[in-house]
Design a protein around this ligand. Structure first.
Ligand SMILES: N[C@@H](CCC(=O)N[C@@H](CS)C(=O)NCC(=O)O)C(=O)O
Length: 229
């Protein structure tokens, strides 16, 4: 991994702006930590977001701001940018496309579940979400993702034989699914996906990932801590 390029290059002194949540920001925080980048973790409290929103590129977070003031938004665009700078995004075009496939699939799963039952009364929303994760489209996509990582990754990594940004997003998106933040989805919802579980365990136990999570164990959802004693 080319940590020196990250420390000396474009990412030096950057700022990551996001909510006080793992969500879409945590995989970027992990990639920066793994790249040895010292960055400012700009945490926007929910009450302050309406004021900050209009000044962001797309009215959403995460946003990465470089030391010269350049802003980049859209979580997966930031992931690829940081991944290229830190050696966590494959230089091989096909492997890079495999990472993109996994990340786009994770986004489909997450938004698919979040949109499920939106606008319905609480009990109906929860029933819709439960059905989605047990037999609906998100379940079908998860079943395919479980096969995909077995086919395209090895040693527990989602793609290829080493850690990539796809692994970091696997861990953070899927622990968000089981975090309790999505009403109606149980902490055990993903237990049946053996290849996915293996990947989550391997990624969570990368030393820098473990150290990052344990440092904030009091505020991280339980699902992110399930890999440690
Ligand atoms: N496609 C965008 C979605 C970003 C997004 O929806 N971010 C949420 C937080 S995870 C947000 O900013 N919500 C507040 C809002 O939309 O006002 C991305 O991947 O970055």
């Amino acid at each position: 991994r080319h940590c020196s390029s990250a420390t000396m290059g474009l990412l030096a002194g950057c700022t990551l702006t996001y909510f006080p949540l793992p969500g879409r920001g945590e995989p970027i925080r992990l990639a920066l930590a793994l790249g040895g980048v010292s960055y400012t973790d700009d945490i926007v409290q929910f009450k302050d977001w309406p004021e900050r929103k209009p000044s962001t590129p797309w009215g959403s977070m995460p946003v990465l701001t470089l030391s010269d003031g350049t802003s980049i938004a859209q979580a997966r665009a930031i992931m690829r940018f940081v991944g290229k700078e830190t050696g966590l995004y494959p230089t091989d075009s096909l492997l890079a496309a495999r990472c993109d496939e996994v990340m786009d699939t994770l986004e489909d799963i997450l938004t698919g579940l979040m949109n499920q039952g939106s606008g319905l009364p609480q009990a109906e929303k929860e029933a819709k979400r439960l059905e989605a994760i047990q037999s609906g489209t998100p379940f079908k996509i998860l079943t395919k993702l479980d096969q995909y990582v077995a086919e395209h990754g090895s040693s527990g990594f989602a793609v290829g034989d080493s850690l990539t940004i796809a692994d970091l997003m696997m861990l953070c998106s899927l622990c968000t699914v089981t975090s309790g933040m999505l009403d109606g989805i149980l902490p055990t919802a993903l237990d049946g996906f053996a290849n996915i579980q293996k990947c989550l365990k391997v990624v969570a136990n990368q030393p820098t990932v473990k150290e990052t999570f344990l440092a904030k164990k009091d505020t991280m959802p339980k699902s992110f801590m399930a890999f440690y004693d």
